[in-house]
Structures are given as structure tokens and as C-alpha cells.
Design a protein around this ligand. Sequence first.
Ligand code: SF4
Length: 425
Amino acid sequence: MSAVLAPVTGCGDAPVLRERGQREVFCGLTGIIWLHRKIQDAFFLVVGSRTCAHLIQSAAGVMIFAEPRFATAIIDERDLAGLSDANDELDRVVGQLLARRPEIKLLFLVGSCPSEVIKLDLSRAAQRLSQTHMPQVRVLNYSGSGIETTFTQGEDACLASLVPIMPRASAGRGKSLLVVGALAEVVEDQFTRLFAAMGIEHVAFMPPRRSIDLPAIGPDTRLLLAQPFLADTARALESRGAVRIAAPFPLGAEGTMLWLEAAAREFGIPNDRVVAATAPARERAERALAKFRAQLGGKTIFFFPDSQLELPLARFVARELGMTVLEAGTPYLHRQHLAEELALLPAETRLSEGQDVERQLDRCRAEKPDLVVCGLGLANPLEAEGISTKWSIELMFTPIQGFNQAQDLAELFARPLVRRLKLAV
Ligand code: SF4
């Protein structure tokens, strides 16, 4: 039994509008907001400016109820009177932090884009600080810079920085599965149960909940990407011998089923076992989605490029909710990782890669979609023009993967339309 709901027409070879203009996106520091909750013994020290400190505090501050696991070491021109002074200052800040917070086992120095910070060699700083603080604390670095990146690339850079310290798996122990991409714990637990019911026992997740549980990798490791924005991480894991399982992403009942089926095929699990293990959860998800299909079917939607989740989301709303996708814009189109998604998208979907916000706004206004998915900066002006919007960043903060979350995912698209209908009454 296959999970495909509708004939596959596909966008695999469809032309793509390439946009290279003004961009309106958050920077990679944003990823700290979900990553710090995920890796519970890690600390994220942003080496940045006051702007970076404000971004992190205002975006994440509302969620702090205990001692936070992120902070900003502010570097300004004054600190660069001599670069060695800036390094001394960084060593001092890190020393103080680790003395006060003995539970920290992994410290990320997160680079940012101000020129003062770019001049600092954070990878050397991380090596130096690791030498000082190992074995209690390992220090890694990655960049969350907002130059030519989009906000989900912070997670990619963070996970890629973990790959070199993952232990080597000894050969001959049989295949193991590594699910890559930060997922809510509740989602991880659901997938663990489904994999076990299907007969896949050796499953690890990356990032792990505790940094000391980083799984071993090697040629027997099979990667299953849970997020579509992990190009660098996948490349780094593949260079350690791991092999990627090609699959769409686990959004919606169909996406989740195809994702699980791809893993099962790789592990030689018979399809009837997969169907039996997944049927109750899948059927519940399909029943829940049927209600939304009645509400959202035929409505038009336009995705601005922002989170890199756009193509899997476009596939979900088109195929499972019956919406018409006018444009699916993505900051980067990774043809290999998205090949299965492209094949499932309706052939008439207009694809765009990169951003030229004014031209995209012109196309959007001309088409008057029922719903626009975009960044925060565009949402307010579009709402003021009478166009319903959904913030794409909300889709990163909400658990949306897997069968049990399919309803919540559909609700995220339905809510702005329902709100506008109520306002119109
Ligand atoms: S990293 Fe760059 S874009 Fe992000 S808050 Fe700091 S200065 Fe702004």
C-alpha cells in the first residue's frame, strides 16, 4: 500500500524563477531559540553586537523561566583596540560562565555578522577554549550571521559543527537509523514508537537531548532528514560515510507515511508491517485533515521565501488540503534533498528561489491570494492591505511533523482565514 493520495504530476523539471534582490529574513541566531531547548546540557554564547543581544532577548526572552541557556558576549569597536584583547575578553567571559554553570557540557560560540566579530577567528577561539576546559566542557563554534543566509541555516550550521565530534561507528554491527533535524520531544517519542513497531530498533536523533549522547556514525548509518534545510549537515555526515535515505519530509499524513516507508524500504521491512504499524495514527490524521479540506479546499496560497520549509508545506496544502499554490518561494532550492517533494507538487505550481521582495510583492498583490505565508516583516503590511497572512517562523516553533501533528499543521493554515471571516462579520 502506498501513501500517495493523488496522481503524481510533479514539478521536478519545472522552471524556477531565480530572484536576487532585496531580502527580508531573520538571521541564523534565531535557531538558538529552539536549539537551546533541545540540547539540554548545551549553552549558546553569541559573540555579537548589541543588535544581536536585542534580537535574542526579544525573540526568546518571553520563554525564559529559569536560567537561560544562551547569552551574548558583546564585542564592539573598543574591544578591537587589539584583537588579542578581544580574545582575552572572550576567554574571561567563558571562564566566568563555566565556573557559574557547571551543568554546561557543550558550549557553542555563535558568530554573527558585525565586522568586529567577523575579524575574530572563532574556530581558533573554540579550539583554545576546548583545550582549557576539556574534558568537562567541549567548545564548538558556528556562524549565525545574517549575511546571505536565512534563519533556519543557523540550525544547519549548528548541527554541522557537531559532526566532527561524533564517534566513529564500528563496522559490521548492521544498519542504524539517524534522524537529523531538531524535532519536538513529543514528536521524537512518537517516531521512536513507530520505528520500533515497524521493526527498526537502532534509531538515534540529531541533535540529541544531551550532548554526551551524540551517536556514533559510519558507513552503516542511514540518514533520514526531518528538516529540508540541512544541506551542510547532510554533506558532513555523508563525508563520514553515512548514506542519505531519499524521502519527502514528514509533514501531513501523506508526507509522514512516505517518509516512514522510505526508511522501512532501506531496512528491508515488509510493507504490510509498515501499514499495520502506522494504520491507526495515519487514519486518525487523515480523518482530521478531511475536515480542513472542506474548509480550505480551493483557496489560494502564496509562499514567500523564508524558512526553507516552503516546498514541503506547499506539497502538503496542495495535496492534503486541496489548496491552490500560486507560488512556492524558497530561499534556496536544494534539488537533491527536495527531489521527492518536487515530484509530488502539482505541475502548475510556480517555483521561485531566492528573494526580490518588491517583485514578489507585485506578483502577490496581482494574484490576491486567500492566504500568504511570509516573514514577520511582510505580514503587517499585507494584513493592512486585506490579505490574510501566516508567519512562517511559527511553523518552526510549533511541532508539526508526524501523524499526530497533522491536524495542528492544518489548523495553522486555517486560523488566519477563520479570523478574517470573523472580523468581516
Ligand atoms: S547576526 Fe547580524 S543580522 Fe543577526 S542580529 Fe546580529 S547583526 Fe543582526
